[in-house]
Structure formats: C-alpha cells, structure tokens
Write a protein that binds this ligand. Structure first.
Ligand SMILES: [Zn+2]
Length: 216
C-alpha cells in the first residue's frame, strides 16, 4: 500500500516534500507520541483526545501539519484523475461548489478548476505552517491569538479535499488500491475535528451519509 502511493507519487512532478518536525523539539516529541498511540491499536476516537498535561494548541499544530502531509499525498495519488477537463469546477457533486479566495490574486471568491483549487490550497497551507509567527516551532514562543481560527480555516479547506476525492474520484481511489488508507485518514481527521469542534457542521454535510456509515 505505502509502496503503491510512493510509486504513483514519483511520477507526479508537483510532489511537495513533507513538512517535518525538528527532532529534539517539544512538537517532535508530541508528534511521536501521537504516532505511537496511532500504532498502538487504540481506536481513532480515543487517539485524537488531548493527552493529559499537553497544550491544546501544540496538539492542534501537530495534527494540522500531519493531516496536511497525508491529505496532500492522497490528493497526489488522485491527481492523474483530477484534471481541468474532468473537474473544471471544484465541487462535491452537483450540490456543492467551492470557490477560492485568498489575499493575493483571488481577493473575491472565484470559481476555479479542482486541480487549481488544490494547488492554491496546498501552497496556502504550506506558507502558513512554515510561518513562525503563526506556527511557532521553538519552545517558549507563544501561539498567536488567531491560531485556532487559522487552524479551523485550514482544516475546513482540507475537508473539501476529501469531499471532492470521495465524490468525484472514488473509482480512482479503488483503482490505486487506496480505499482502506483513505478511509483511515478520513476517520482520523473526522474524529479529530469533531473532538475539538474545529469545523462547522454545515461543511461536513456533503459526506454526512458516508461518515455515519464509517465513523460510528
Ligand atoms: Zn477532480
């Protein structure tokens, strides 16, 4: 499975290197802790809970970065199926359409193709998580006041990647043998955002039926 993802990815020139946590930092230790509990066989609902004594913002920061890496990789495996022609609009079926807005070129919400939306999204997240003023990595540097708002926005937009991929590219997921992998990542993500009420429930609507099925 992991091999399969890597193989598909090597062909993809838009591959981005993963954001890593610096060894020796507190964030790295917390990341290792989260990874260890993931592998321990605990259910995902329990795994997402804040460990006693840990800071909520540190916990959120670790997860935002980890989900960014994993969802970025999942979309990378789908990118051969998701083109300007197949997906001229970033959507989740016929009922949901997402427009892109940022502080640069797209000051008003703008209709863009799904691959362009994904590219803008991943660039936007990468810039944020590498900004020391928003995601401080050094011990003792406080998180900014808007840290949870920024994280909420990142997670809300990352959820849309699942919406698009599940609704428009489920055949692609099956054809690369990634269904179990994507489902596990989705469940982990879903339990995390709901544990801390980080994403508005209206955003979750497009995948509600599936979520009820796979996230009891
Ligand atoms: Zn697509």
């Amino acid at each position: 499975m992991a091999l399969c993802l890597t193989q598909v990815f090597n062909k993809d020139r838009t591959f981005r290197p993963r954001k890593r946590f610096e060894p020796g930092t507190q964030r790295f230790e917390l990341y290792k802790k989260a990874q260890a509990s993931l592998k321990s066989g605990l259910d995902l609902k329990t795994v997402v809970q804040l460990p006693p004594g840990e800071n909520i913002n540190d916990w959120i920061a670790v997860h935002v970065v980890d989900f960014f890496n994993r969802i970025n990789l999942i979309y990378g495996t789908m990118s051969e199926f998701c083109t300007k022609r197949s997906c001229p609009i970033m959507s989740g079926g016929l009922r949901y359409e997402y427009r892109w807005q940022d502080e640069h070129k797209y000051k008003k919400p703008t209709k863009v193709s799904a691959p362009l939306y994904m590219n803008l999204l991943m660039d936007w997240i990468e810039t944020l998580i590498n900004n020391e003023d928003i995601f401080p990595t050094r011990t003792g540097i406080p998180f900014p006041k808007n840290f949870q708002d920024v994280s909420t926005k990142i997670l809300t937009r990352l959820f849309r990647v699942f919406v698009h991929v599940y609704i428009h590219h489920f055949d692609g997921i099956i054809s690369v043998g990634a269904e179990a992998h994507v489902n596990t990542c989705y469940k982990h993500f879903y339990y995390f955002i709901t544990e801390f009420s980080l994403v508005d429930h209206r955003e979750l609507e497009p995948l509600r039926e599936m979520t009820e099925r796979i996230c009891p």
